[in-house]
Design a protein around this ligand. Structure first.
Ligand code: SF4
Length: 110
């Protein structure tokens, strides 16, 4: 059983998103509907490569963990975040819609 850390209050703004290397590439960072496992592996490998060139990777990872994001953030998949004790809080039903809304809000705010 994995110990799940409580989601802390957000203390940092998201101004780091201004320098995100993934701008305009959100298709690589959020799973399309009914994505096959092999396609997910390929998509996440491409996303990981981009993250590892990103100057704000650790800020992004911390943000995703604190806010229990869906999708690939800060060089981590949802599964990797969950294994680290930060699983998403969104039920499986409706995840795609929630992920799209969160991504849109993050882009608007950046
Ligand atoms: S670490 Fe990855 S997901 Fe986060 S801003 Fe950079 S490129 Fe985007």
């Amino acid at each position: 059983m994995i110990d799940v850390a409580p989601a802390p209050e957000l203390t940092n703004p998201i101004d780091w998103m201004d320098t995100a290397t993934c701008k305009g590439k959100s298709d690589l960072f959020f799973a399309p509907f009914a994505e096959r496992p092999e396609a997910r592996v390929r998509r996440e490998a491409k996303a990981r490569t981009i993250c590892h060139t990103c100057p704000v990777m650790m800020k992004c990872r911390t943000h995703a963990r604190e806010t229990r994001e869906l999708g690939f953030w800060g060089g981590e998949s949802e599964g990797e975040r969950a294994a680290a004790g930060f699983p998403p809080t969104t039920p499986i039903i409706g995840r795609r819609q929630v992920a799209a809304q969160r991504a849109a809000r993050a882009l608007e705010a950046s």
